[in-house]
Write a protein that binds this ligand. Structure first.
Ligand SMILES: *[C@@H]1O[C@H](CO)[C@@H](O)[C@H](O)[C@H]1NC(C)=O
Ligand SMILES: *[C@@H]1O[C@H](CO)[C@@H](O)[C@H](O)[C@H]1NC(C)=O
Length: 458
């Protein structure tokens, strides 16, 4: 058997794919795995924990479509567009390389579900296609029901163009998404009026056409975490809906590394803090927070006196108010990068301020840490809705952006109020649920086993 794994090389998508492949390769040792990804993404994901690759894995480069001597505009979408322009030819070239080098035909294609053209590659090779949906399943439903959502939205625009605020607040008429609003949708599902179609939006727009042909779909999620109508609806559409759990987390969490390996000093600093006292702040590697919001957040942290650990990229630290680092050093620490999983696993952490990228949300939940949400783009708003209104394990920041009063209010609510007590206990409950599902014999383990059987028996 020779499984080709095709990554979408942006955000944390490729991480989920590589981690799924690693888990599979350790079990299916007779199966060969070829990992197809751009060099840029490949070099950033094969770090630390991912260096000891099993022998049955090899990475192949996929052209990123960036012309020689290209000058970037600064728009992060540009890389995505250049890459998609090159697809699927770039992937097919890499597939040919993997076949030539191993002398083994590809027997199965596992790909990021965003690569909606992969179904056609698999069809042409007469092999199964197993897409992996890495965001929350709720957003897959929004993609599947895009036509209905657009239709309904268009109708309500005709009948009531008086108040667009109300319109944005309309709930979605999609099974299991009754908590969600029009305003939460990613731009690909409901593009703003006059928005230009991009290659990226076209590729994602195809998801609703390709998904109905899919038989086995892998979810970066737990069956136990779905609202029932959503689960039933997706199960009616996919004969094998495999909820293999949070792919990039190993659960139960491994014990913390010894402090000698604590290169950033985060963990030893946390060791010196009281249990459940520290606010952890991080917005991933892609989001650029406006300077004004960094200032407001910094002021709130300074006034509150609450211990905090803030992972802020060096390129953004100039945004901090002058003298902040000195003044706040009594109770806080700012670092350019933090080992997020280990930080969230640390007993001193009380709350996580996050942009609500799916992996960050999963890491926080799996460690029982409540969230303060400041969503930015893509599926962030969607995830924030899930956290604040469906799971009720966190709150959205007032007014959608960081203000001094909004930050203080959210911190007070989570850490001090009765409502916060409920939030903290619910996130503990979710953590237990996830741990149980991940244990041997748990549902996620069983679905993973089914996936192994699928790829080794084709
Ligand atoms: C991917 O990254 C790993 C680690 O940096 C490296 O050993 C490997 O050669 C890379 N493969 C490709 C195809 O870029
Ligand atoms: C699959 O084959 C058809 C017919 O040869 C071709 O038009 C199509 O582009 C192929 N699809 C992919 C993704 O290569």
């Amino acid at each position: 058997m020779h499984v080709a794994v095709l990554a979408f090389p942006f955000g944390s998508h490729a991480l989920s794919l590589v981690d799924l492949m690693l888990k599979l390769a350790r079990v299916a040792q007779e199966t060969r795995f070829s990992f197809l990804n751009t060099e840029k993404s490949n070099s950033s994901i094969f770090l630390a924990a991912r260096t000891n690759l099993p022998d049955n894995i090899k990475a192949y480069s996929v052209a990123d479509g960036v012309p020689l001597n290209h000058v970037f505009s600064g728009d992060p979408v540009e890389r995505v567009e250049l890459f998609i322009k090159e697809a699927p030819g770039n992937f097919k070239t890499a597939l040919d390389m993997a076949v030539a080098e191993t002398g083994r035909k590809i027997s199965c294609l596992i790909t990021d579900a965003f690569l909606s053209f992969a179904g056609s590659i698999a069809e042409n090779l007469s092999i199964p296609w197993i897409p992996v949906w890495t965001p929350v399943p709720h957003s897959l439903s929004a993609h599947i029901y895009t036509d209905m959502i657009r239709q309904r939205n268009a109708n309500s625009l005709i009948h009531d163009c008086s108040n667009s605020v109300e319109l944005e607040d309309q709930t979605l008429d999609v099974p299991g998404l009754s908590e969600f609003r029009i305003a939460d949708l990613p731009a690909e599902v409901l593009p703003p009026r006059n928005a230009k179609e991009t290659l990226f939006s076209c590729m994602l727009g195809q998801i609703r056409h390709t998904m109905p042909k899919v038989d086995t779909l892998v979810m970066n999620f737990y069956q136990e975490l779905y609202p029932e109508p959503l689960l039933n609806d997706l199960k009616s559409k996919f004969s094998n809906l495999l909820n293999v759990g949070f792919i990039s987390l190993s659960l139960p969490p491994p014990s913390l590394p010894p402090s000698t390996e604590d290169v950033t000093g985060c963990l030893s600093w946390l060791d010196g803090q009281k249990a459940k006292s520290v606010a952890f702040i991080s917005f991933g590697t892609v989001v650029n927070i406006p300077q004004s919001e960094i200032e407001e957040l910094a002021e709130a942290l300074e006034v509150s006196g609450i211990p905090f650990l803030w992972a802020l990229r060096d390129s953004m630290s100039y945004c901090l108010p002058s003298g902040f680092l000195d003044r706040a050093s009594t109770h806080g620490k700012v670092v350019p990068w933090a080992p997020q999983i280990q930080v969230l696993a640390h007993s001193s952490i009380s709350v996580f301020m996050t942009h609500c990228g799916a992996n960050s949300v999963y890491e926080s939940m799996a460690h029982g840490v409540p969230m303060i949400c400041r969503p930015f783009f893509a599926d962030h708003k969607f995830n924030a809705r899930l956290i604040a209104d469906e799971w009720r394990v966190g709150v959205r920041i007032d007014g959608g952006i960081f203000t001094r009063t909004g930050v203080l209010k959210s911190l007070d609510l989570i850490l001090e109020r009765e409502q916060g007590r409920g939030i903290r206990s619910r996130v503990q409950d979710l953590k237990e649920l996830v741990l149980k599902a991940s244990a041997p014999g748990g549902r996620a383990s069983r679905d993973f086993k089914t996936l192994v059987e699928k790829i080794t028996s084709v």
